[in-house]
Write a new protein. Structure first.
Length: 364
């Protein structure tokens, strides 16, 4: 059972550490032929904080860094619209052309039918990738302000040689003050390929895992980052046997007895527009499976896993059982993939209805 700090003792229910990029979305078109884009903000770790604020009404903040220019201030404006506190953003002076520091851009097309979603990120030398241990006053955040839940992940950890040290510093300080921590492995081959590949990803994430309470990921994440394989899963993820996922989770808990919760999404991709969707979680020696949603129609899959994580964390913070938490996560993730952009547009009422198996009838 997770023991959370009391809400009245803390300024924040949840705080996320990670990169936030400006996403360029060509709509139904392609990035390489687009003449116009819609822009959104997004980032694996940040999306969790925003979902917890906008959908679930909790008090959240983000720890990140931006180059202090018009692009950085645009992303800040998006964050403010999402209701997430910007108090812990580190602003770095801009040199005029991005020679020493810049902000991340992410060009993402949604995919449709037989054409999968595709992204091209432009995030080298960003302000947040240059964060190092000692840059953030974690004692102030966790000790003086008070935080009930802290979340970060493998995307931020992969940004540079210094970001894993920032993650570990934050996790250790969080534990010192009784803050529950979660980590989404979020393996991205493109982030690790030039700095050591899978071997480097495993070295970094195996060390970080020692300090995590709630570990989140999918089958690829656990295999690439922790070396824990899910048997019986083919390259196309055409069939997902939950018994094999249970076996993998049991092995993870043996390797890392500090894990109090382990959760994984179950996604079988039939096409970019049709996925089988579900989730499984473990806590206190018990497994729980979310309602399985075969042939779920997808509008924009980016951020679906992050919305699963925010729903899961909401359930845990609410003191509900693991069955509620994993179903809340799966329902929120499903709803998030029905709208464009990285972040959720769902409401808590919609999530609760979907958890009960509600159909998509007109709500009058």
């Amino acid at each position: 059972m997770l023991q959370y700090r009391k809400a009245e003792e803390c300024r924040f229910d949840e705080v996320s550490l990670g990169e936030i990029m400006l996403r360029f979305d060509p709509g139904e078109g392609r990035v390489h032929t687009a003449r116009s884009f819609t822009v959104w903000e997004g980032g694996g770790e940040y999306n969790v904080a925003r979902g917890l604020r906008r959908c679930f009404g909790l008090r959240t903040a983000v720890v990140t860094a931006f180059a202090d220019n018009l692009v950085g201030r645009l992303v800040e404006d998006f964050i403010l619209q999402g209701g997430v506190s910007t108090e812990f953003i580190k602003w770095v002076p801009y040199d005029g052309i991005g020679r020493t520091v810049r902000n991340g851009l992410n060009f993402v097309e949604r995919g449709f039918g037989c054409r999968g979603a595709k992204s091209c990120s432009d995030r080298g030398n960003t302000a947040v990738s240059q964060l190092k241990a000692g840059d953030i006053d974690w004692e102030y955040l966790f000790g003086k302000c008070g935080v009930r839940h802290f979340h970060t992940g493998g995307i931020f950890a992969a940004l540079s040689d210094t970001t894993p040290d920032v993650v570990i510093e934050a996790l250790k300080t969080a534990k010192k003050y009784g803050t529950i921590t979660s980590y989404d492995l979020n393996y991205r081959p493109s982030l690790w390929s030039a700095i050591g590949g899978v071997e480097r990803a495993r070295s970094v994430n195996r060390e970080i895992a020692k300090y995590v309470d709630v570990m989140i990921g999918n089958e690829e994440d656990f295999t690439a980052c922790l070396g824990l394989e899910v048997k019986g899963v083919d390259a196309n993820l055409s069939k997902l046997d939950t018994a094999n996922f249970r076996a993998m989770i049991e092995e993870a808990v043996k390797c890392y007895p500090n894990f109090k919760v382990v959760a994984t999404t179950l996604r079988a991709v039939k096409s970019a527009s049709i996925n089988d969707w579900g989730a499984i979680a473990w806590m206190d020696g018990k497994f729980a499976e979310a309602i399985h949603r075969p042939d779920l129609e997808i509008f924009d899959r980016v951020g679906g896993g992050d919305s699963f994580a925010s729903g899961l964390v909401y359930g845990l913070l609410s003191g509900e059982n693991i069955e509620f938490a994993v179903n809340c996560g799966a329902a929120h993730g499903a709803l998030a993939m029905t709208t464009p952009g990285d972040t959720s547009m769902a409401t808590i009422d919609e999530v609760r209805k979907m958890m009960k198996g509600a159909a998509a009838r007109v709500d009058r």
